[in-house]
Structure formats: C-alpha cells, structure tokens
Design a binder for this molecule. Sequence first.
Ligand code: 6PG
Length: 251
Amino acid sequence: MAANDNRHVITVADRAAMAATAAEHLLAITAANSGRVAICLTGGSSPKQLYQLLATDAYRSRIPWQRVHWFIGDERFVPADDPLNNMGMARSLFLDRFAPAANIHPIPTATADPADPDRGAALYEQELQSFYGADTLDEARPLFDLVLMGIGPDGHTASLFPDDPALGETSRWVVGVPKANVEPFVPRVTLTLPALTSCHEMLFEISGRDKRAILTRLFAGENLPANRARSTGETVWLVDRAAIPENFGGQ
Ligand code: 6PG
C-alpha cells in the first residue's frame, strides 16, 4: 500500500492546546463519515489529556457513540486494570462511560500468553479483519478513519521499535513483540505499518521538552519508525512548543 509523503507539522502552545486540537480533528473525521467510524487509539502519556477532554460534556455530546468503534495500536502484556495497560487507560478516562461495550476492541493481552505474543496478535488480526470484512487491505477503503500515535525517545511509534523485524512486516496486520526497547520491558502486541497506515488521517501527539532530541533526529530524516509511519491519507504531527527543536524552521 503506498504511503503518502505529505506530513503536516502543526505547532501548538502546550498540552492543553494539543488535546483541544486533537479533539477537533477527531470530531471532524467522525463527522466526515456518516457510517461506521473506526478510531485506533494510542497509549503512552501524550493522549491522556485528549481522553479526559473527550469525556467532558462539550465533547462527548458531539461524538456519535453508537457508530464509533475504538481500537488500540499497541498493547503491553499487563493486566487489564494495570495503569500501564493502554486500552485500560482509555477505558477508564472515557470509553467505559460512553462507548457501547461492543464498540471497544482491546488487544487480548490480559488473557493471552505473554510467552507467545504472536498468538495474541493473531487473535487481534482476526478481529480487525472481521470488522473490515476482508483479509487484504484495499487502498481505496482504509481500515481506520483516524489513527492516533505517539513517539518514544528512541523514535519508536506504537510498539514498532528501531531495527525490530516487526517494522519490516508487509503482510501481517498485527505482530507480537517479545522484547520492548523502552519501559515497561514487557512483551507487546503491535499493529504493523500496513495496518496503521491504512487510514484517512494519522495524528501524532508529541509534547514536552524531552521530545526535542528525538524530534531533531526525525526532522533530519533519520530512518526511524516514526518517520516511516505515514498514512495513505493525511499525516499530521501536533507538536507543542516545549518539544519543538530550537533550530526548527518548519516542515
Ligand atoms: C506504548 C505507546 C508508544 C507511545 C510512545 C510515546 O504503548 O508505549 O503506544 O508508542 O505512544 O512511547 O509515549 P509518551 O506519550 O508517553 O511519550
């Protein structure tokens, strides 16, 4: 599937402005589709404020909950109620209060065997393919309306780590990751680039001073996972002022 080279970098003042901008993107993407909407969420700390915002009256009243389905781009092998569980965080911050249970699609790491992360991955791939109605992705019909992403200090995104074979996957939609590059050092399950990039919009949230070093490398064009994750539609990087490298001249 051909990825799109267009990437728009939008600078926002701070985390609060980032959450508000991301929420507006989510609402616009949802409004653009009058049928069933598929949103792939992300873990990490960056989306927390967005998830909290979506639970407020001003936003939750604008989400057509009955027709929006929520997926997750990667998951750690931790219990479902562990604060480090990515979907668990989204559930506790907003989903469990408003989304129909059948519209929430967690990766089954809480019940699958951490010694065999590919098994959990295969189960989630089946779930995605059954939702999509085919086991081959059609560029004219993206899997997701919106994919949220974050960037780790080593340039990883989802649980696609630099130099990991998962990064080069071209056919499977979901794979097991036996060893993580960053904390928590537990096995993971991650969607692959073919699945993640099959979307109308891929929206990254990148905030905080400690993201400057990796952003400098990414803007210089290093071949890192976050630079390889480009939607077949639009790719947007929301970056707050604290994260913007000093010599950033715009992209
Ligand atoms: C994960 C995430 C991961 C995350 C980045 C950024 O499960 O670890 O999906 O890809 O998005 O590491 O994390 P922060 O938002 O905490 O900086």
